[in-house]
Design a protein around this ligand. Structure first.
Ligand SMILES: [Zn+2]
Length: 422
């Protein structure tokens, strides 16, 4: 896509005979599939507000369904932070209330349930290699079975990749431990990873791969009372209210949380309605490591574009686009978004900035109503066979000209040229 002179018009389609010269990696890169409808205007505005924010929170626990979906919805949709859940396991050791799948097959299903939950609450999803081997009496037993150092390396890798400002755990590290060993182990590994992810000498193989050290500000336990008793841990505490409504759609965070949690269908949580939709919902956070916070979990963290070298102007331009965004005509924002894109292109390479570039491209695409689709004629092929691909591009808005520049197949490093006005 570019902003050159182009003619808006009807859908164009291209058909290419594409010899399959590598195996299934190449196939996977191009075998895409029914393209969705463009996002609604409210979803685009939500994405714009997320683009403007640079704060980030990583939630860490042990299993699918451990996560506090209202906190994730509040942080992602209410405060527009990059928010993610790292589930150390895929829940493969649990029971299945829906069907006969157990073990690895159940882990595959629960992976999809977690991904579906994040599509509802707006978070991202990470996993580690830790296996859910069923109930464990102690974190020591858990960490011996998991291979502590390898799972710790996975947690450090997620922190260095996602770059959270704050880590939140679902579980504490009480003296003598208690409860499910996986739960306590997830908190132990979160704190240890916090201490090692910023150290260039920690897991140097990751540094050699190109990951940079990253030091979050603090680790907080998202406190709750076990069985209504006293909290398992005391210490510096900060409280925030995670109640309220999505500022764009008006939906209460509690309702979004219910829908997200309802994705854990193999755990019998379909139709979950355990949280109150409206009203305040105070949550407490106890410091486990790092700098204390007194008024907010993000105390002392600059969540604006000012934290990025030469980023102040990006924040200002994003504010302007948001102020002028018209829900009736999202395409009217495209010229301003393309100007923002040019400023963004001038910033130095950085994993978070690179992610923002991709996010902005998606926003521009959504505003244009640009839908690109690839269809394959055969569902199954083998290396050496010819695979027929049919590419279709549709632009719904006609505010700026759009040109098809070519096709790039990442799996084969192959490009097919041929500019075409859309
Ligand atoms: Zn659990």
């Amino acid at each position: 896509m570019n902003s050159g002179r182009l003619l808006p018009g009807p859908a164009q389609s291209l058909c290419r005979r594409f010899p399959l010269v590598v195996g299934f990696a190449g196939l996977a890169a191009v075998q895409a599939i029914a393209a969705p409808e463009p996002p609604a205007a409210a979803a685009i505005l939500q994405d714009l507000r997320s683009f403007r924010e640079l704060g980030s929170v990583l939630y860490i626990a042990a299993h699918p369904d451990d996560e506090n979906t209202q906190l994730i919805a509040y942080l992602s949709r209410g405060r527009h932070y990059r928010t993610a859940y790292l589930s150390l396991t895929r829940g493969d050791g649990g029971q299945n209330v829906l069907g006969p799948e157990l073990g690895e097959e159940l882990g595959v299903i629960r992976t999809q349930e977690l991904l579906a939950a994040r599509r509802v609450d707006g978070g991202r999803q990470f996993f580690s290699r830790a296996i859910d081997f069923g109930y464990s009496k102690s974190p020591e037993e858990t960490l011996a079975i998991w291979d502590r150092e390898q799972v710790l390396a996975d947690v450090v890798r997620v922190i260095r990749t996602f770059r959270p400002d704050v880590i939140v755990t679902r579980f504490p590290i009480p003296p003598g431990s208690g409860g499910h060993g996986h739960h306590t182990a997830s908190a132990i590994l979160a704190v240890e990873a916090f201490k090692r992810s910023g150290d260039p000498g920690g897991f140097p193989d990751q540094i050699r791969e190109g990951l940079a050290p990253w030091q979050p500000k603090r680790v907080l336990w998202n406190s709750f009372n076990f069985g209504g008793g006293p909290p398992a841990l005391t210490g510096p505490m900060v409280k925030i209210d995670i109640g309220g409504n999505d500022p764009v759609t008006g939906e209460p965070f509690g309702t979004i949380a219910n829908r997200s949690r309802g994705m854990h269908k193999t755990q019998g949580l379909g139709g979950f309605s355990g949280r109150t939709g409206e009203g305040p919902r105070p949550e407490s956070f106890v410091l486990l490591a790092g700098d204390p916070a007194t008024t907010d979990i993000m105390d002392g963290i600059d969540a604006s574009w000012a934290r990025v070298p030469d980023g102040v102007e990006i924040g200002r331009l994003a504010d302007e686009v948001i102020a002028q965004f018209n829900l009736e005509t999202p395409a009217a924002s495209v010229p301003a978004l393309l100007a923002l894109r040019r400023h963004l292109a001038a910033l130095s390479a950085d994993p978070v900035v690179d992610g923002k570039r991709r996010q902005l491209d998606h926003i521009v695409q959504a505003c244009l109503g640009l839908v690109v689709r690839t269809l394959v004629s055969d569902a199954e092929v083998v290396p050496g066979e010819t695979l027929h691909l049919r590419h279709t591009a549709l632009v719904r808005a006609d505010v700026v000209p759009v040109r098809w520049l070519g096709l790039r197949y990442p799996g084969t490093a192959r490009e097919v040229g041929g500019a075409l006005d859309l």
